[in-house]
Structure formats: structure tokens, C-alpha cells
Write a protein that binds this ligand. Structure first.
Ligand code: AR6
Length: 175
């Protein structure tokens, strides 16, 4: 069974096989986690993102999908870029948010990753309410994590995010 762990901190400082990036569909970088990953990982990541755009994702990486590149100078072998949905009051986009976790885990498994670090996708600039984002993240990882992934580590930037994930993790898994 895959272990789900929580840490408060900066995802770019983690030593894991794969780090998941809360990217945007351009794959060309941005603020938040995305900015930090490109800054700390160096230009090799952007170079591979450009190649992905030139080959497979000319129209951009669709929301809910994921794609991998090198991790450059980060202490990881891979960065898995995924595009979270922007929060909407009028529309339920939670299936897209769950898809980010599911697709990222699928790619991590294909890459043979045993340890994977996730940020709280969509809960920053994309405005997703933290408690709900945490519940979707934990529920989806419980359902979808499979060998060879042994540990899924959520790396939460601040205390509020950490506590939201702690509460979600304390809720019993639905059978
Ligand atoms: N380590 C871990 N978590 C972080 C870090 C970090 N270094 N920095 C921020 N967070 P966000 P989104 C937290 O905005 O909502 C970008 O511009 C942050 O506190 O990074 O999916 C992209 O290019 C929040 O809880 O991602 C897109 O345009 C969580 O990570 C857009 O933002 C996600 O915040 C994506 O927005």
C-alpha cells in the first residue's frame, strides 16, 4: 500500500523520484510552485517543456492532464507538470482536479517512481478552496496510488494548507 505523508515546506527542497508541478497549459512557467520549480530546477526544465509543446502539446497541455520532463537541478529525477482547473462558483470542476492527481500518478508509475511529491494543486492562484482541494487530493491518491509508488508526499507551503490536508487525511476512506 502507498503511504501518504504530509510535510510543511517548499516542494523544491524535496528529495524524491518525481516532483509534481502545478503548471498552466502553456507549460512555459508562471508564479507559485511553477515559478519556484523553474527557478530552482534551472533552464533544462523549460527546454523540455518547449519540446513537449513543439511535439505533442502544440495547443497547450489540457486541464487535468500531466506530462513529464527532467527535474534539472532539483533533487529528483522527474518533474511531472499538470494543469489544475481554475476554481469556479458556477461549475463543478472537481473531476478535473482529481484527474490531475490520477494522471500524475499514472505517469509517475510509468517512470518507475517510488516517491512522489505533490503540491496542493489549484489552491493558490487558481483559487480552489483549501479544504475541498485537500479532500479531493487525499481521496484521489487513496484510490489511484499503486506500485511502484510507495510514498506520496504532500508538500504544503503554509500551516493552513498543512492543517487542511491533515484534516482530510484523518477522515476515513470511503469503502
Ligand atoms: N512549495 C510548495 N507549495 C507551494 C510553493 C512551494 N515552493 N509555492 C506555492 N505553494 P499555485 P495553482 C503552494 O498558485 O493554484 C502558476 O502561476 C501555494 O501556497 O502555485 O494550481 C501556474 O503557472 C498553494 O497552496 O498553483 C499557473 O498559472 C499551492 O502551492 C497557476 O499558478 C498551489 O498554488 C496555477 O495555480
Amino acid at each position: 500500500m502507498t503511504a501518504i505523508t504530509l510535510v510543511q515546506g517548499d516542494i523544491t527542497e524535496q528529495t524524491v523520484d518525481a516532483i509534481v508541478n502545478a503548471a498552466n497549459s502553456s507549460l512555459l512557467g508562471g508564479g507559485g510552485v511553477d515559478g519556484a520549480i523553474h527557478r530552482r530546477g534551472g533552464p533544462a526544465i523549460l527546454e523540455e517543456c518547449r519540446k513537449l509543446r513543439a511535439s505533442v502539446y502544440g495547443g497547450g497541455l489540457p486541464t487535468g492532464r500531466a506530462a513529464a520532463t527532467t527535474a534539472g537541478q532539483l533533487h529528483a529525477a522527474h518533474v511531472i507538470h499538470t494543469v489544475g482547473p481554475v476554481w469556479s462558483h458556477g461549475e463543478d470542476r472537481s473531476a478535473l482536479l482529481a484527474s490531475c492527481y490520477r494522471q500524475s500518478l499514472r505517469i509517475a508509475a510509468e517512470l518507475g517512481a517510488r516517491t512522489v511529491a505533490f503540491p496542493a494543486i489549484s489552491t493558490g492562484r487558481y483559487g480552489w478552496p483549501l479544504d475541498d482541494g485537500a479532500r479531493i487530493a487525499i481521496r484521489t491518491v487513496r484510490e489511484a496510488a499503486a506500485p511502484p509508488v510507495e510514498e506520496v508526499r504532500f508538500v504544503l507551503f503554509d500551516k493552513e494548507a498543512y492543517e487542511a490536508f491533515e484534516a482530510a487525511l484523518a477522515e476515513p476512506a470511503k469503502s
